[in-house]
Design a protein around this ligand. Structure first.
Ligand SMILES: Nc1nc2c(c(=O)[nH]1)N[C@H]1C(S)=C(S)[C@@H](COP(=O)(O)OP(=O)(O)OC[C@H]3O[C@@H](n4cnc5c(N)ncnc54)[C@H](O)[C@@H]3O)O[C@H]1N2
Ligand code: MOO
Length: 412
């Protein structure tokens, strides 16, 4: 049977290419850049003051001391946004505000709190009582960004800091990969709304909320569909409508029960089966199809299995469809406190929900509790998945396990 690694490869290689679009800068947070982005400007565009104070010639203040302050004639003042045509000559200063262009002749700025000022027969003056070095409190043109400098690589997920830099660099719109719309369908006669009291034999629909939240958490747009009963014709009609989205997720009805219609339905509609069933626990009955050019995930109904399948397969797929360069969560080695034992001779990969924490430079993990695929509470405190390779039926207490860090941003 298919291994999880191979199953993910099969999904990723069948996905359509991500779309690309030019969007106003303010609408691009969290999206992936569709091209390398370069600065269109030199930043700062001109040499300017880093302090409110006086633009001076440093050599004029070389002899300044508390006992012998140096007095300079003040030529005028300059606010940020202004332009001065004054030239600061020997014995002169220009009052200047933070961000205002440094006038010709000046090579340093004395902060206002290090000065005294007054008015005399010769006009305004200022005094400083300590020397300063040339270049101090000055921001040089281009010291931040150079024109044509590479700022953001294609596939990078845009963060608030990136948007600030790109604004300063003169990019009002960015080529980005848009978010994808993901239809989420839950199926099963036993399901009721979260606000309803389940009658005999019925349970609340947890998956619609968990899966839509997972889709939103990876930056895509969830489109929850009205729950579908285990009725073939209604399922078919709903599925056809769901194909208006970019990706379809269904949960439930994918196994071998008498009412598990999903596989048959996908294929009756002409879907190409890429795989059904993966050698893993939970999530064994996972399937992936391409239908009318759209990726369709048939996800098992057991709530824990459903969430794990979204984490391990759907999330990387959605990230690829949205053009992100990094598709996979960080992988780390940890020691498993308390150990674990599974079924002897099981040729499936096992995903365990764990709480991981760093201790003295080492990563330690412990199970969140019972690991049954319907024990949804095992997700509550989990921040990582331990991946136990096929053929391994036990991990000794403190033994090594590989973790997928599911609370950390993708790094490869
Ligand atoms: N004879 C076999 N039976 C089962 C097998 C098998 O290999 N042979 N696999 C088991 C495994 S593993 C899983 S996982 C489930 C997968 O079944 P389905 O995807 O067909 O899911 P359902 O039967 O519809 O539901 C399974 C379980 O999950 C509950 N469920 C479904 N949807 C939701 C929802 N939206 N919110 C909350 N809970 C949900 C449902 O009530 C069932 O209890 O099959 C096993 N059986
Ligand atoms: O493997 Mo099922 O997917 O355990 O719950």
């Amino acid at each position: 049977m298919l291994t999880p690694t191979l199953a993910l490869d099969l999904i990723l290689e069948r996905l359509p290419r991500p779309a690309a679009d030019l969007r106003p800068l303010q609408d691009t947070l969290g999206l992936a850049a569709a091209e390398d982005l370069h600065s269109r400007a030199t930043v700062p565009p001109f040499t300017n003051s880093a302090m409110d104070g006086y633009a001076v010639r440093a050599e004029d203040l070389a002899s300044a001391s508390l006992d012998h302050p140096v007095r300079l004639r003040v030529l005028g003042d300059l606010a940020a946004g202004g332009v001065s045509h004054s030239v600061v000559k020997v014995g002169e200063a220009l009052r200047i505000m933070t961000g205002a262009p440094l006038p010709e002749g000046a090579d340093a700025v004395v902060p206002v709190e290090d000065t005294r000022c007054g008015e005399g027969p010769g006009g305004d003056w200022m005094e400083a009582c300590k020397p300063l070095r040339a270049g101090i409190h000055i921001r040089l043109a281009g010291e931040d960004l150079q024109k044509e400098q590479l700022l953001v690589k294609a596939g990078h997920q845009l963060r608030p800091g990136d948007l600030g830099v790109l604004a300063a660099a003169g990019l009002p719109a960015l080529p980005v990969h848009p978010r994808v719309r993901v239809a989420v369908l839950t199926t099963g006669d036993e399901l009721v709304d979260v606000s309803d009291e389940p009658g005999p034999g019925r349970i609340r629909d947890a998956n619609i909320h968990a899966l839509c939240a997972q889709v939103a958490a990876c930056g895509a747009i969830p489109v929850p569909f009205p729950r579908v009963p285990d009725d073939r014709e209604t399922l078919k009609q709903t599925l056809l409508r769901a194909l208006e989205a970019d990706v379809v997720l269904t949960t439930g009805g994918i196994s071998v029960g008498d009412y598990d219609f999903m596989k048959g339905l996908f294929e009756a509609l002409g879907a190409e089966r890429i795989f059904w069933k993966v050698a893993q626990k939970p999530g064994g009955p996972l399937g992936f199809w391409m239908l009318q050019g759209k990726p369709v995930f048939g996800i098992p109904g057991n709530p824990v299995a459903a969430m794990l399948m979204v984490e391990e397969y759907v999330r990387p797929a959605l990230r690829k469809l949205m053009g992100f360069a990094n598709l996979h969560r960080p992988v780390a080695e940890a020691s498993l406190e308390g150990g674990w034992s599974g079924k002897v001779g099981d040729h499936r990969t096992t995903f365990l929900r764990v709480v991981a924490r760093r201790e003295g430079g080492h990563l330690k993990a412990r199970l969140t509790g019972p690991q049954g695929s319907a024990i949804l509470s095992s997700m509550l405190t989990a921040n990582a998945l331990a991946v136990i390779p096929e053929g391994l039926d036990r991990v000794a207490p403190g033994g090594p396990v590989t973790l997928h860090l599911t609370e950390e941003a993708e790094d490869h």
